[in-house]
Design a protein around this ligand. Structure first.
Ligand code: APR
Length: 282
């Protein structure tokens, strides 16, 4: 409720290193389906069809199923919602050190581009901005870390070249199974598949952020998938104030200082307002 939001806002105002960690629930109001719960993606699809092992063994069959999953999850162009925008604003005003997301929809990057008032020199509607991994490689302090990659991109599993996903999905729908790169390599959605290692740089940076954080918000995630679900625990064991904002209970609730059973599109704009309130002239 309000009291908890006011306490979280007070913590955010004085935080040195505040981190927001997000899951599918933050994109649900944008229309992107979540994975678990009654109308979750894994009710309609068998996650066993999307393992890294299957991609390696049977890339054609993997892509035939992936096209259907992609159309279900990303059928139409989704827009960031008020929760993404609130986090983007807190990030821009340096109340948040970073946003670490499990989501592959690129909506945090879109919201950042909208909030940043970019001169629009890059097309934020394509691959959702530079990948955190690439940015980390070049030492840029990317403030949006995509733990599970970005489904708006594919990557050649041989030469590593990245391409926008849309045209590749169309080629696969037209029968190119699996879609292949000019180098002859097989394209892979630029996401972390079940059984696949997370990008090391992004995972290490996320873990050190969790360790350094003094406020850690876990938003819209069921917190059941590792290693992501361990991040709020790392933060808590290093003395951070952990706030969970989620419609359902999670296995990490007992380790958190506060749990808000509230929708992200009401809780986050309100939280951002309360934090910025202090910034304005009283
Ligand atoms: N406001 C707040 N919470 C919400 C909202 C909302 N509007 N809508 C849904 N939620 C909550 C649900 O109650 C649920 O607990 O968001 C959570 C979403 O959980 P999941 O669907 O399990 O998504 P996530 O935690 O991101 O899954 C982690 O699992 O399948 C893999 O790689 C995939 O990144 C994904 C990972």
């Amino acid at each position: 409720g309000m009291a908890e939001l006011e306490r979280l806002a007070a913590d955010l105002r004085t935080a040195e290193t505040a981190v927001a960690f997000t899951g599918a629930g933050i994109s649900a109001p944008s229309g992107v389906p979540t994975f678990r719960g009654d109308d979750g993606v894994w009710e309609a699809f068998d996650e066993g069809q999307f393992t890294y092992d299957r991609f390696q063994r049977d890339p054609a069959g993997f892509w035939a199923d992936r096209v259907e999953l992609h159309r279900t999850m990303f059928g139409e162009e989704y827009d960031p919602n008020a929760a993404h925008d609130a986090l983007a604003e807190l990030n821009r005003n340096e109340h948040l050190e970073a946003i670490v997301t499990q989501n592959t929809d690129g909506l945090h990057a879109k919201a950042a581009a909208d909030a940043g008032g970019d001169d629009g020199d890059h097309d934020s509607s394509s691959d959702g901005g530079e990948s955190a991994e690439a940015a980390a490689e070049f030492g840029a302090r990317e403030t949006i870390l995509e733990l599970h990659g970005n489904a708006r991109r594919v990557r050649c599993s041989d030469c590593g070249r990245r391409e926008p996903m849309e045209p590749i999905v169309e080629r696969a729908e037209d029968g190119e199974l699996p879609p292949t790169c000019d180098c002859g390599g097989t394209y892979k959605p630029d996401v972390v598949l079940f059984g696949e290692r997370l990008p090391e740089t992004v995972l290490q940076r996320s873990r050190s952020l969790a360790r350094e954080s003094d406020v850690f918000l876990a938003i819209g995630s069921s917190l059941v998938v590792e290693p992501a679900a361990s991040l709020p625990r790392i933060a808590a064991s290093n003395g951070a104030t952990v706030g969970i904002i989620n419609l359902e209970s999670t296995p990490v609730d007992s380790a958190a200082d506060s749990c808000l059973r509230e929708g992200v599109t009401t809780a986050l704009p309100r939280l951002q307002e309360l934090v910025e309130l202090s910034g304005s002239v009283q």
